[in-house]
Design a protein around this ligand. Structure first.
Ligand code: PMV
Length: 342
């Protein structure tokens, strides 16, 4: 993380940070049943430019409890409690006693079911530690973010980022940098297939898969080799190998969820149509591979050269409502109120 702080602007106990969502090229799905939010499989993502969360944290002795405002509206009790848990960790690490008010806003529609917890908790971890006067490394901020949302650990860093699987007894598990955002200049075209929130959140969905899917054990056994293939392909700048491994990872993850009892099907007809179109594009010689998270949207991995043709084709698929253009981007950044020594 870097800091372009104007700390004198807002006084002590205040900081503002920005962070971006990420898309996993090798998916995380499932937690260990020991430890504090430790992933059962390694994952590798690319942090995106083009969508952004901005979060302000102010510690204030006048507050009795944590306050959370998202996009200008008071947040739910559940969302506030999840944020308060992160703030409690920051208060005990820094020795601060005051509660904090958090204001957060996305420049992309939060209700669209597109990943927002990753950028939200990455921005919150960066802003809260800075506001508390902690000069933590990106690794420590990443570990803090992971305890709120596993995928948020990856959004603390920019470019290509790996989060290893947790092991028994792990007390810390930060994401690690794999390559900078300009190492491999790919494009990801997001095909939005539904507006409105997803049915079953990822936390609940993966717990259900862990408990009931006969294919979950096979997923956990196979995921490390998929992640290694993605890592090798990123390092070798081999987009074809990367796309193939990323598509396999997404389909294996969804296969484990679909086999749960009752089956967890995140896809709609438009999801399947978009996957079919991606395969037709590939058959025509274009660079296009699909990945899908815990929702019906399809994210198409492509090259800068093929981005326009892929976007046109995907936008024309029945049920695709709109597309969002994204590319590799930076990690979480404290933009105001950074500790002086940063
Ligand atoms: O950490 P969460 O709850 O945002 O889970 C993320 C799960 C997936 O998006 C489906 C995969 C991933 O690795 O991001």
């Amino acid at each position: 993380m870097n800091a372009t702080g104007r700390s004198e602007d807002r006084g002590p106990g205040f900081a503002e940070a920005i962070a971006h969502p990420n898309i996993a090229l090798a998916k995380y799905w499932g937690k260990r049943d020991d430890g504090d939010r430790l992933p059962a499989v390694p994952s590798l993502s690319v942090t995106l430019a083009g969508m952004l969360t901005r979060t302000r944290v102010r510690f204030d002795a006048a507050l009795d409890a944590a306050e959370l405002v998202i996009g200008g509206a008071q947040a739910s009790v559940g969302a506030t409690a999840r944020v308060a848990a992160l703030l409690d960790r920051v208060r005990s690490a820094s020795g601060r006693l005051e509660r904090a008010r958090v204001e957060s806003a996305n420049d992309f529609p939060t209700a669209s079911g597109l990943a927002s917890s990753a950028s939200a908790f990455a921005a919150l971890a960066a802003a809260a530690t800075a506001a508390a006067g902690l000069s933590w490394s990106a690794a420590r901020v990443s570990d803090l973010a992971r305890r709120s949302s596993v995928s948020a650990a990856r959004s603390v860093l920019g470019g290509y980022v790996e989060l290893p699987a947790g092991r028994a007894g792990d007390l810390e598990l930060p994401a690690l940098p794999v390559a900078s955002s300009d190492h491999l200049d790919l494009r990801i075209v997001v095909a939005v297939t539904r507006e409105g929130p997803k049915d079953i959140g990822s936390t609940e969905g993966m717990l259900h898969t862990t408990r009931t899917s006969p294919f979950y054990a096979a997923w956990v056994a196979h995921a490390p080799s998929l992640c290694a293939r993605v890592r090798d392909a990123v390092l070798a700048r081999d987009l074809e190998a990367l796309g193939a491994a990323a598509e396999e990872s997404a389909l294996c993850m969804h296969a484990s969820a679909i086999a749960a009892a009752p089956g967890l099907i995140y896809w709609t007809g438009a999801t399947v149509e978009a996957i079919a179109e991606v395969r037709r594009l590939r058959a025509r010689g274009l660079a296009a591979w699909a990945t899908i998270d815990a929702g019906p949207h399809v994210k198409v991995i492509t090259t800068p050269a093929d981005e326009d043709a892929v976007t046109r084709a995907i936008a024309g698929v029945p049920g695709v409502l709109r597309t969002i253009a994204t590319r590799p981007g930076p990690g979480a950044t404290v933009v105001a109120g950074a500790p002086a020594e940063r």
